[in-house]
Design a protein around this ligand. Structure first.
Ligand code: ADP
Ligand code: ADP
Length: 226
């Protein structure tokens, strides 16, 4: 199966606005994939649907062979989501945020502690494990969101504008970390409106414009006709 297979996906919001107009897309296992598009193109809507935060209007979504309608919990377990906005309780200690998230996915406390330590070390947050999230810098909060998204060992990591508003040094170290994750076999899909980020990281891309996919190609092919 594919890491992700989307067929004829449409989304019309409650106010009648159609944000996705029957899009189809597939992403191979192991790929590093960019969903590129201007603000308002429909990127967040698409990944919201894939990660079960937004209901679709019609179409099909399959994640690692699991259908989002009929096998939702299996499909959800395959995915780690790094949303654009911080959405954790900032008055909770960093390590607790990870342990609670692990619990939410049924990972036992002692196993969760092992995983949390590993992730916090890799993401250079181990020294901050006892701090409340409110005490972290913007770049640290973003790394914490990545750690949280990985605690249940998903096969597919989805990041919404992962480095928006992050300074260049942190951005580079996040890029390095994501490259290593991908080399370790995790499929990565990120949204960005920042071509350099896609160019730096991604093998394949789709360009979304006003709810339609207007290009779906390799990064190499895209760059050769720019
Ligand atoms: P992107 O992530 O590419 O910036 P979004 O998926 O956030 O795009 O938004 C796509 C379009 O859908 C935009 O025009 C946005 O205003 C609209 N939209 C997003 N969320 C809602 C909502 N809850 N209700 C109505 N319209 C929405
Ligand atoms: P429920 O399935 O019980 O409705 P929610 O979707 O409300 O759960 O999610 C509960 C919390 O877990 C929220 O903070 C949400 O952002 C987070 N969450 C849900 N799914 C994921 C995921 N795949 N990766 C990371 N965080 C997630």
């Amino acid at each position: 199966s594919k890491a992700l297979q989307i067929t004829n996906l449409s989304k019309t919001y409650g106010n009648g606005f159609t944000a996705l107009k029957g899009v189809s897309l597939s992403v191979e296992k192991g790929d590093f994939f960019a969903l590129l598009g201007a603000n308002g193109a429909g990127k967040s809507t698409m990944i919201g649907i894939i990660s079960s935060l937004v209901n679709k209007t019609s179409g099909e979504v399959n994640i690692h062979g699991f259908d989002l309608d009929t096998q939702r919990s299996e499909a959800k377990a395959m995915i780690g989501l790094v949303p654009q906005e911080f959405n954790f309780n900032v008055f909770e200690p960093v390590e607790e945020i990870l342990l609670n998230q692990a619990g939410y996915y049924g990972v036992g406390r002692s196993e969760a502690k092992v995983r949390a330590k590993q992730l916090l070390e890799q993401l250079e947050l181990w020294d901050k494990r006892k701090n409340m999230a409110s005490e972290l810098s913007g770049g640290m909060k973003r790394r914490l969101m990545i750690a949280r998204a990985l605690i249940h060992r998903p096969q597919l990591l989805i990041l919404d504008e992962p480095t928006a508003g992050v300074d260049i040094e942190i951005r580079r170290s996040m890029w390095d970390f994501l490259k290593k994750l991908n080399e370790a076999g995790i499929t990565i899909i990120l949204t960005t409106h920042y071509l350099e980020e896609a160019e730096n990281l991604c093998r394949n891309i789709a360009i979304i414009n006003k709810g339609d996919i207007v290009e779906n190609t390799s990064m190499k092919a895209l760059l050769s006709h720019l």
